[in-house]
Design a protein around this ligand. Structure first.
Ligand SMILES: [Zn+2]
Ligand SMILES: [Zn+2]
Length: 187
């Protein structure tokens, strides 16, 4: 049996149902995948990468209940300041987007989202590459991707409406590259 883990939303100890972690306060059952990822990550006592935290997070460390720190701008990588448990993109994505906590997600809280793509000043971007990446990430026709690329080159930023926060996170992480900054906004 592994050591007890705590709910990342409310800090109560997780119980287990059918081998999956479960928070009874939030009536939140974790998927087999997230259960496996968290148990494996909690068992590793590495200090992770030494990144500078960007922001505090309202999520708690599953190993020690301390509030995590967000290590990147768009909130895909977290780390615990106390025990240094590292939360990878895959874990965070699954925690944030796939697992609703009854006492956390109020109705209407799942706001519509957009992604603002900003070209960094003096960034040397290869338009063909960028268009390809946009086309691939947004799954849109080539000519549309070109339109967005031209707008980005000319104006310096484009706003992409993705509709759902889950999609916004995916789009943002797909477009993040050198010379490009992405921001998520609720619309
Ligand atoms: Zn909970
Ligand atoms: Zn911790």
């Amino acid at each position: 049996m592994t050591e007890a883990l705590y709910c990342f939303r409310c800090g109560d100890p997780f119980t287990t149902i059918d081998g999956c972690l479960y928070c009874s306060r939030g009536d939140m059952g974790l998927s087999p995948l997230l259960t496996e990822l968290l148990v494996a990550a909690a068992a590793v006592a590495t200090r992770g990468e030494t990144l500078k935290p960007v922001e505090n997070s309202s999520f708690r460390c599953v190993r020690c209940r301390t509030f995590m720190r967000q290590m990147d701008k768009i909130g895909l990588i977290f780390q615990c300041p106390d025990c240094s448990m590292h939360y990878s993109k895959q874990i965070t994505y699954n925690m944030v987007e796939r697992h609703g906590h009854a006492k956390w997600l109020e109705p209407g809280q799942s706001a519509l989202c957009s992604v603002i793509v900003i070209r960094e000043r003096d960034a040397k971007l290869i338009p063909e590459r960028l268009a390809e990446r946009i086309q691939h990430t947004l799954k849109i026709p080539g000519h549309k991707a070109w339109q967005l690329t031209e707008e980005l080159q000319k104006v310096g930023q484009v706003v992409l409406f993705t509709g759902h926060p889950q999609d916004a996170v995916l789009v943002a992480s797909g477009l993040m590259t050198e010379g490009i900054r992405v921001e998520l906004v609720e619309t």
